[in-house]
Design a protein around this ligand. Structure first.
Ligand code: WT7
Length: 646
C-alpha cells in the first residue's frame, strides 16, 4: 500500500470540509435523505427567481429533471449577482501569449457580456434555444460569447480550435447552428496562427442553418470576408451595456459539447442550466477550497468540458478570479506556468498529467527559480497520473505542502465525481480517492455485483446527480444505449462511465482507464470508430484497427494496424504520412497516428467483430490471455505479434 499524505491544515482557512468527519456527515445526510439534501444545496447556492417545486423528477428516467419549475439564470449566477457587493473584484485575469495581461473586474465583465448579448439579439436575431457555435482562441471575447449565450438562453457549442474544418462542419450541421462566432486567429509561441480559414472552409457548402458569422479580430492578419461575415468590433460599440436578466427554467439547455464515444461520430452532450451550474459551483468550493479572493488557474482550453466548468462557469459562479491564458506552458520556456504562479500569486492550479509530464521532462529545474508559495491546491484531470509525475508535481510544484486533487469526471458528468477534497481527504499518489458527497460511484460487474476489492470492475454511477448529461443532442435513443445499456444495479439500468476502476479496502477508487474503444490522447478522447472511418477513405486500405499505445508524454498515442488491398505498393512511412493527411483534415492534429504496421489481416471473430483487446495487449507488450479459439483465423494473432516485434 502506498504512502498516505494528509492535507496540510495550515493551508485552509475555514474550509467547507474541515476534516473527514465533515465529509462523512454529508455523505450520511445524502444516504438518509438524498433528494432533500440536494434540494437544500440548490436552495442555498442558486439565486432562485422562482423557487423549484420538486427536487428530482425521475418519472421518465434516465431523462431526469432537476429542480422543476424553478426559474434562475446562469449568467446572473456567474456575473450579475456579484455586482452589488464585489463588482470591483477581478473576474478574469487574461494573460496573452506575449505575457501582457488584462485584469477585468466583474463590473467590466458584466458590461461586455451585456453588449455581446445585445449584439447577438439586435444584429443576428438570436433567440432562446438557438444554437451558437463558438470556434475561438482563448481570448476574453470567447468568454463574453459563452456568457452572452447563457444570458439569452441560446445554446452554445464550443468547438476546440484544434479541430479541423471538417470536424467543425460536422458539429455545425449536427447542431443546426444559426450563428458562428470565431476570430481571425490568435498567437501561439510568439507567432500568429489562423482560425477563420477553417470556418470559411467548413461553411462553403452544406451549412444552411448558419445565418451569420461573427469575427473577432485578434491578430489582425488578413482574412477573406464572405457574405455572412461581420466584425465583432464594428458592431459591439453601439450596443448598450445593459441587458435585463431573463429568467429561465432549471431544465432549459445551457450548452452542447461534442465528445467521442466508442462507436460512430461524436455526440453532442447536452447540459441544462440549474443542475450544471450548481455542481460547477459546489465543486469549486469543495474540491479546490476556492474562495472569492483566490486566484484560480485551470490551464485547459474552453473547447473542452474542463474549460467550461473550471475556467468559466464554476469559478465565476463562485465569484473568484479565473485565469484565462492564451499561450502554451512551454513558451517562452518551460518555466512559463511557474512564472505566472509567482507573478499573479495563484492559489489553485489545475492541469492535465500530460502537461505535468512534459514540464517535468523539459523543465525539471524551472520550478525552483520561482516563488510558488501562493499555491495551496494542485489539481489533475483527464487521464490517470503516473506516480513519477505525481511525485514531481507534489514536491517540486507543491513544495510537499499542497494537496493534490486527482479529479475523475467526464464531459457527461459536468463536474467532478470521484476526487479528493483538498481540505480533508488524505491522498494516495495517483488515486482519485473517494466519491464526492451526493455521488454514488460504484465499482461493479455488469450485473451489479460489487467487484472484489483491488480488482478491476466497471465504474458506474448508481443514482442521478444534478449535472448529469441530459441527452445526446437529437438522439435520445443513442443517449440511453450509450450510457444505460451496459450495467444494471439493484435491478435497474445505471450510468456506466466507460471507465474501469478498482476499489481498495478503504473505499479508495483508482481509475484504470477506458474499457471501451475510446483512446485518451493527452487527456483528450478520440473514438477508434472515427479514426478508422477516416483511414478507410484511403483507397489502398482494405481495413484497419486502431488502439491506444502507452506513450511517455501523451499517456496514450494512436497505433494503427492496417490491412492493405495490395501491400506491395507503398512503404510504411509513406502510408502513415498519407493516412495522417486524411486524419488531420477530417479530425485535426490531435488524432494523428503515432505509428502503424501493415498486417495481412485483423483478429476477427467469425461474426466479423474485430477483437481490439488482443491488439491492445500486443501494443502494451502484455501476454495475450484472451481466448483466440473463437477467431476466424486464430493463427493471425501470432503473425501480427511477429510483425509487431520487427
Ligand atoms: C475521460 C473523460 C473530465 C475532464 C477532462 C476529460 C478520463 C478523466 C481522470 C482521472 C483517470 C481520467 C476517463 C474519463 N479521466 N479524469 N482523474 N484519472 N482518468 O473529459 O474528454 O470527457 O474524458 O477522461 O477515461 O472517462 P473527457
Amino acid at each position: 500500500m502506498s504512502k498516505i499524505f494528509k492535507p496540510n491544515k495550515d493551508m485552509f482557512d475555514n474550509p467547507v470540509f474541515r476534516d473527514m468527519d465533515d465529509y462523512n456527515k454529508l455523505v450520511k445526510k445524502f444516504d438518509d435523505n438524498y433528494e432533500g439534501t440536494w434540494g437544500e444545496l440548490a436552495e442555498k447556492n442558486i439565486t432562485w427567481h422562482k423557487p423549484f417545486t420538486n427536487t428530482l423528477d425521475e418519472t421518465n428516467t434516465p431523462f431526469n429533471r432537476w429542480f422543476k419549475d424553478g426559474k434562475m439564470s446562469v449568467a446572473y449566477e456567474c456575473v450579475d449577482r456579484h455586482l452589488e457587493n464585489s463588482g470591483d473584484n477581478v473576474a478574469i485575469l487574461f494573460e496573452a501569449d506575449d505575457g501582457t495581461n488584462i485584469k477585468l473586474t466583474y463590473n467590466e465583465l458584466a458590461k461586455n457580456v451585456n453588449k455581446t448579448a445585445n449584439l447577438f439579439v439586435n444584429e443576428y436575431g438570436i433567440k432562446k434555444s438557438d444554437r451558437v457555435v463558438i470556434y475561438m482562441p482563448m481570448i476574453l471575447e470567447a468568454i463574453y460569447t459563452m456568457l452572452a449565450c447563457a444570458k439569452i438562453g441560446a445554446i452554445h457549442s464550443v468547438v476546440f480550435g484544434g479541430f479541423s474544418s471538417q470536424a467543425l462542419k460536422d458539429r455545425i450541421i449536427d447542431a443546426k447552428a444559426k450563428l458562428i462566432v470565431t476570430a481571425d486567429g490568435a498567437y501561439r509561441k510568439g507567432k500568429p496562427y489562423m482560425l477563420k480559414p477553417a470556418v470559411d472552409d467548413a461553411t462553403k457548402d452544406g451549412c444552411d442553418s448558419v445565418q451569420n458569422i461573427c469575427v473577432v479580430k485578434r491578430n489582425f492578419e488578413p482574412i477573406q470576408k464572405n457574405k455572412k461575415d461581420s466584425f465583432y468590433h464594428e458592431l459591439i460599440e453601439k450596443q448598450s451595456d445593459e441587458f435585463e436578466t431573463v429568467w429561465f427554467d432549471s431544465e432549459d439547455p445551457l450548452f452542447l459539447l461534442y465528445t467521442s464515444g466508442s462507436t460512430g461520430q461524436p455526440k453532442g452532450v447536452q447540459h441544462n442550466m440549474a443542475g450544471y451550474i450548481l455542481w460547477a459551483k459546489l465543486t469549486m468550493q469543495w474540491v479546490f477550497d476556492n474562495k472569492p479572493d483566490d486566484i484560480f488557474w485551470c490551464t485547459a482550453d474552453i473547447g473542452w468540458i474542463t474549460g467550461h466548468s473550471y475556467i468559466v462557469y464554476g469559478p465565476l459562479a463562485n465569484g473568484t478570479t479565473t485565469v484565462v491564458f492564451e499561450g502554451v506552458p512551454t513558451y517562452p520556456d518551460a518555466g512559463r506556468c511557474w512564472k505566472m504562479v509567482q507573478q499573479h500569486k495563484i492559489n489553485q492550479f489545475y492541469t492535465a498529467p500530460t502537461a505535468i509530464r512534459m514540464l517535468h521532462k523539459t523543465g525539471e529545474n524551472e520550478p525552483s527559480k520561482y516563488d510558488l508559495s501562493s499555491l495551496r491546491v494542485l489539481g489533475t484531470v483527464g487521464e490517470p497520473i503516473d506516480p513519477p509525475a505525481w511525485k514531481w508535481y507534489y514536491e517540486a510544484i507543491g513544495n510537499s505542502k499542497c494537496s493534490i486533487v486527482d479529479t475523475w469526471w467526464q464531459t457527461e458528468t459536468g463536474g467532478h465525481m470521484v476526487s479528493p477534497i483538498a481540505s480533508c481527504t488524505p491522498i494516495k499518489p495517483a488515486c482519485a480517492t473517494l466519491p464526492l458527497p451526493g455521488i454514488y460511484a460504484k465499482i461493479i460487474e455488469t450485473n451489479g455485483e460489487p467487484t472484489p476489492i483491488n480488482e478491476k470492475g466497471y465504474l458506474c454511477i448508481t443514482k442521478p446527480w444534478p449535472s448529469q448529461i441530459r441527452t445526446i443532442w437529437g438522439d435520445d435513443d443513442r443517449f440511453v444505449k450509450a450510457y444505460f445499456g451496459d450495467c444494471v444495479y439493484d435491478g435497474k439500468p445505471v450510468y456506466f462511465s466507460g471507465d474501469g476502476a478498482m476499489i481498495d479496502e478503504n473505499g479508495y477508487i483508482t481509475i484504470t482507464g477506458r474499457t471501451d474503444d475510446v483512446i485518451n490522447v493527452s487527456g483528450h478522447r478520440i473514438g477508434t470508430a472515427e479514426i478508422e472511418a477516416s483511414i478507410k477513405e484511403n483507397d489502398m486500405v482494405a481495413s484497419s484497427a486502431v488502439v491506444g499505445k502507452p506513450h511517455e508524454i501523451k499517456g496514450e498515442g494512436i497505433f494503427g494496424f492496417i490491412v492493405l488491398k495490395n501491400s506491395d505498393t507503398i512503404s510504411k512511412d509513406d502510408l502513415k504520412l498519407e493516412l495522417n493527411k486524411i486524419l488531420k483534415a477530417d479530425i485535426g492534429a490531435i488524432a494523428l497516428l503515432d505509428d502503424i504496421i501493415v498486417v495481412p489481416d485483423l483478429p476477427k471473430t467469425r461474426s466479423g467483430k474485430i477483437m481490439r483487446r488482443i491488439l491492445r495487449s500486443i501494443v502494451k507488450g502484455e501476454p495475450i490471455t484472451q481466448d483466440t479459439s473463437t477467431l476466424e483465423d486464430p493463427n493471425i494473432v501470432g503473425e501480427i505479434e511477429v510483425l509487431y516485434k520487427v
